[in-house]
Design a binder for this molecule. Structure first.
Ligand code: TXA
Ligand code: MG
Length: 371
């Protein structure tokens, strides 16, 4: 189902009058318009179930170059190629380069987890220009579980290369308004489909090598993959932490400093965040935010610090009162965007329990943190 935000109409009237860029609520007409823009080499920001993407025709090198320029993204960071049916996979990849066994695993994954938040790295089809894959011979392919994304891709009849629709290195967008404030007129059209359901990017899984491994934890938990194709290699090996293998960068999105808010973020475990004193004790200027994973930890923090009344310069957020990773993931970036808009100077953020989607939340916290 497509959700629309109430502010969409006002924003669309304002921007459509003053700029060439259009900001439109999702409808059959606006998706058709988006498909036409993509066919003509333009850029369209659209919702997926994970985060908003900034789409371009995956076979048009000029359009792809515009994506890198719009995001200020280094050319060594490859884009994910989006498709809208398993049958069209071969538009983007060359399945002949896979062993029989790997091909079997690929289809087991695709049939069970697609459409969904899983990007699978595969040998690329030679028709995909090198700029899309940053010169790699592989392409990460994803079939998003979102009606608007699927319609847009089907209607333009091509594969759509789309990174998250945010300036390089900053928070990923989970609402159309985030795209507007981050990229503004750099997109030709922003399709407003409301808040995204999952709120964290897809899991990136590399099945091209001898060992299958997760390059980026995300919306599909490791367990769901292991249940289908067996144990994966530990993604936290030394080689990968350096982001480098013999061919160059394995997954450049794994750069340490990424997905970062403007405020200084400190990622802490439960015990550390409970101990964390109020800002007056730190003699720090500006607002401080606490982003708790669950309500119990917040309550404990309040109990420990109840001697002092929290000053007005403290903002307290809880990702999930009942400690549900799915709920916490869905408002993770949204909460960080809100805190950035409230001009906080520092954020103390609590790690999630390390399983399931908690792994992806913790990965983003580590990359955003300065401690
Ligand atoms: O959920 C998502 O994945 C969103 C939505 C829009 O689909 N897209 C997204 O794209 O997060 P982006 O560009 O922000 O992140 C893509 C990640 C990067 O870490 C990139 O390095 C990795 O995927 N990647 C893309 N192609 C790759 C390849 N051929 N080999 C290894 N890593 C690749
Ligand atoms: Mg991104």
């Amino acid at each position: 189902m497509v959700k629309n935000t109430g502010s969409s109409l006002l924003i669309s009237v304002f921007f459509n009058y003053y700029n060439n860029m259009e900001f439109l609520p999702v409808s059959h007409e606006s998706i058709l318009k988006g498909a036409q823009i993509l066919k003509n080499g333009g850029l369209v920001a659209f919702p997926t179930e994970t985060v908003y993407g900034l789409g371009a025709d995956a076979f048009n090198p000029l359009a792809l170059a515009k994506v890198f320029e719009a995001k200020g993204r280094p050319h060594f960071d490859p884009l994910i190629i989006h498709i809208a049916a398993i049958e069209t996979l071969e538009k983007a990849v060359n399945l002949n380069l896979l062993s029989k066994e790997t091909r079997k695993k690929l289809f087991t994954l695709a049939e069970n987890l697609w459409p969904g938040p899983l990007s699978i790295v595969l040998p690329k089809n030679e028709k995909i220009p090198g700029i899309a894959t940053a010169g790699l011979q592989t392409a990460a392919v994803r079939f998003p579980d979102h009606e608007t994304a699927q319609k847009l891709i089907s209607l333009c009849g091509t594969a759509v290369a789309a990174p998250s629709a945010n300036p390089f290195g900053s928070l990923s967008p989970t609402r159309a308004e985030h795209v507007l404030s981050g990229l503004g007129e750099k997109a030709d059209l922003i399709l407003d489909g409301g808040s995204t359901r999952i709120g964290l990017e897809s899991t990136v899984l590399d099945i091209t090598g001898e060992c299958i491994r997760i390059l980026r934890p995300g919306g599909t938990p490791k367990d769901a993959i292991e249940k289908l194709i067996g144990a994966l290699q530990d993604s936290e090996n030394k080689e990968q932490r350096a982001n480098i293998n013999e061919q160059g960068l394995t997954s450049p999105g794994l750069l340490k400093s990424h997905y970062a808010p403007n405020a200084a973020l400190y990622a802490l475990n439960r015990e550390e965040i409970i101990k964390e004193p109020h800002e007056t004790e730190r003699e720090a200027a500006g607002k401080t935010a606490f982003m708790f994973f669950d309500g119990c930890t917040k309550d404990e923090w309040i109990a420990v610090h109840s001697a002092q009344k929290p000053p007005e310069t403290i903002i307290v957020k809880v990702l999930s009162e009942t400690g549900q990773p799915l709920e916490a993931a869905s408002c993770f970036f949204e909460t960080l965007h809100e805190l950035d808009n409230s001009n906080v100077s520092r954020i103390y953020a609590q790690f999630a329990p390390g399983q399931g989607l908690g792994e992806a939340i913790n990965d983003r916290l580590r990359r955003a943190s300065c401690n």
